[in-house]
Design a protein around this ligand. Structure first.
Ligand SMILES: *Cc1c(COP(=O)(O)O)cnc(C)c1O
Length: 406
C-alpha cells in the first residue's frame, strides 16, 4: 500500500517476529515478540546464570538492570530516568503509589476514580481501603465529563487510567492533573494503554505518581515487569507499604531496622526478576531511533483509517463506534459495540487470522501498535470483519466456547 511505502517507521516491523498470515491487532494486550528477545534471554540464562552463577549480579550487571530498563522507558513517558522504577506488576505498583499518595494527604478521606476504570485499579483501591480500616471513600465518576466536578476538598487522590481499556478514550492528563492540584489533591495515572502509544509529558504536567505495563506497547512479554513513576518532590517523603529489602537504603547492610531509600529505589520491593527484565530490556531496543511523536502520528493515521474502512464496509451490521472520532481524544485502539455475540464474532475473526479481542459485555477491540502494524493490516482486518459479519459465520457453535482468558 502507498501509505505503508511512505511510512517513516516501516523498517521497525522487521524488529518483530510475527507469524505469517496473521494480522495482529492485540498489541495493546500483549505486544508482539521482538526479534532481539530470544537471544537476549538465552544469553541471560546460559551464560549469565549458567556460567556466571551468583557472580552475575555484579559481573553481568543484573543489579543495575532495573535502572537501565527504567532509562529506556523514561523518555517514552516524559520523565527523568531516576524517577522511574521497573518492578513488580502494574497492580502491585498501583497499590504502592496509591498508599504513598494517601500517606501524603492524611487529612482527606476520599479517593476519586471512574466507574469505567480498568477493574484491577478499582479492586486495588478497595483492598487498600479495607486494609486502612475502611474509613476512606472510593468515589466513582459515572462519565469522563463528570470527573473534574467531583474533585473536592475531601479528595486525597485522583486515580485514573489515561486511555480507557474498553473505549480507547483518552483523558486530558495535564488538565485533570492541574484541576486536582488546584483542589489540593494528588494524582495517580495508570499509563497501561498509553506508554509506547501516545505522547506523554508526565513530569512537565506535574504528575505525582504513575504506573504502567511492560507487556503491552512496550512488548516485554507475558507478565513483564511493570513501571512506576514518582515525582522527585515525593521521593524523600512518600511512604510505600511493601517495604521489602530492595526499598531499603542499604539492602546489603542486613540491619534489622527499616530505613527507606531516598531515591526511586524506595518503590522497589524484593529481588528484581532478572530474566523478565532481560526480555523487556531487549524489547525496548525496538524503539531505538524512533521518536514518540512519529509513532503517535502513525497511530492516529492507522486508527483513523481503520474507522473509515470499517464504517464503509460494515454498514448495516449494527456496529457502533465507541472510540472517539476526534484524534486527540483517542488512544491507539479502535473499539466497536456490537448488538450481540461480540465474543463469537471475535472468535470467528481470529479463526480467519485477524487477532483482536473481546471485552465484556459487547465490545470488539482492535489495538494498533505503531512499530509493527501496517496500513495494510487495517484494511485486511476491516475486510475480514465485513466478511465475517455478512456471511454470519460467527453463528457457528464452535465460536461460542469460552476459554479462561478472553
Ligand atoms: C493491563 C492493565 C493492567 C494490568 O495490570 P497487571 O497487574 O499487569 O495485571 C492494569 N491497569 C490497566 C489500566 C491495564 O490496562
Amino acid at each position: 500500500m502507498e501509505l505503508d511505502a511512505e511510512d517513516t517507521l516501516k523498517h521497525c516491523r522487521q524488529c518483530f517476529s510475527l507469524p505469517d498470515g496473521i494480522v495482529y491487532l492485540d498489541g495493546n494486550s500483549l505486544g508482539a515478540l521482538p526479534c532481539a528477545v530470544p537471544a537476549r534471554i538465552a544469553r541471560s540464562v546460559e551464560e549469565e546464570w549458567g556460567q556466571g552463577l551468583i557472580r552475575s549480579w555484579n559481573t553481568a550487571g543484573w543489579i543495575d538492570l532495573p535502572r537501565e530498563v527504567a532509562g529506556k522507558i523514561a523518555w517514552l513517558i516524559g520523565a527523568a530516568p531516576d524517577c522511574v522504577a521497573v518492578t513488580d506488576s502494574t497492580s502491585v505498583n498501583l497499590f504502592k503509589v496509591l498508599a504513598a499518595a494517601l500517606s501524603l494527604r492524611p487529612g482527606r478521606a476520599s479517593f476519586l476514580s471512574e466507574r469505567d476504570n480498568f477493574p484491577t485499579d478499582l479492586y486495588i483501591a478497595e483492598g487498600l481501603n479495607r486494609l486502612l480500616g475502611g474509613d476512606r471513600r472510593l468515589a466513582l465518576a459515572g462519565s469522563p465529563e463528570e470527573i473534574a466536578d467531583r474533585i473536592d476538598a475531601d479528595t486525597a487522590v485522583l486515580m485514573l487510567t489515561h486511555v480507557n481499556y474498553r473505549t480507547g478514550r483518552m483523558h486530558d492528563l495535564a488538565a485533570l492533573t492541574r484541576r486536582a492540584h488546584e483542589a489540593g489533591a494528588l494524582v495517580v495515572w495508570d499509563l497501561a494503554h498509553s506508554a509506547g502509544a501516545v505522547e506523554l509529558q508526565i513530569e512537565a504536567a506535574g504528575v505525582d505518581f504513575a504506573v504502567g505495563c511492560g507487556y503491552k506497547y512496550l512488548n516485554g512479554g507475558p507478565g513483564a515487569p511493570a513501571f512506576l513513576y514518582a515525582a522527585r518532590r515525593h521521593l524523600k517523603h512518600a511512604a510505600q507499604p511493601l517495604s521489602g529489602w530492595f526499598s531499603h537504603r542499604e539492602p546489603f547492610a542486613f540491619t534489622p531496622g527499616y530505613a527507606p531509600a531516598e531515591d526511586i529505589a524506595r518503590f522497589q520491593t524484593g529481588t528484581p526478576p532478572v530474566l523478565a527484565l532481560a526480555a523487556l530490556d531487549g524489547a525496548l531496543d525496538a524503539w531505538a531511533g524512533v521518536t514518540i511523536s512519529e509513532a503517535r502520528r502513525k497511530s492516529v493515521a492507522l486508527t483513523g483509517m481503520f474507522i473509515e474502512v470499517v464504517e464503509a464496509l460494515c454498514d448495516g451490521h449494527g456496529l457502533e463506534l465507541v472510540t472517539p472520532r476526534q484524534a486527540d481524544l483517542r488512544g491507539s485502539q479502535v473499539s466497536f459495540a456490537v448488538r450481540q455475540d461480540g465474543f463469537a464474532i471475535m472468535q470467528a475473526l481470529i479463526e480467519r487470522g485477524v487477532i483482536g479481542d473481546y471485552r465484556a459485555p459487547d465490545i470488539i477491540r482492535f489495538g494498533f501498535a505503531p512499530l509493527y502494524n501496517r496500513f495494510l493490516d487495517a484494511v485486511l482486518a476491516a475486510e475480514t470483519l465485513a466478511a465475517v459479519l455478512s456471511e454470519g459465520i460467527w453463528r457457528h457453535p464452535r465460536f461460542r466456547r469460552r476459554a479462561r482468558v478472553t
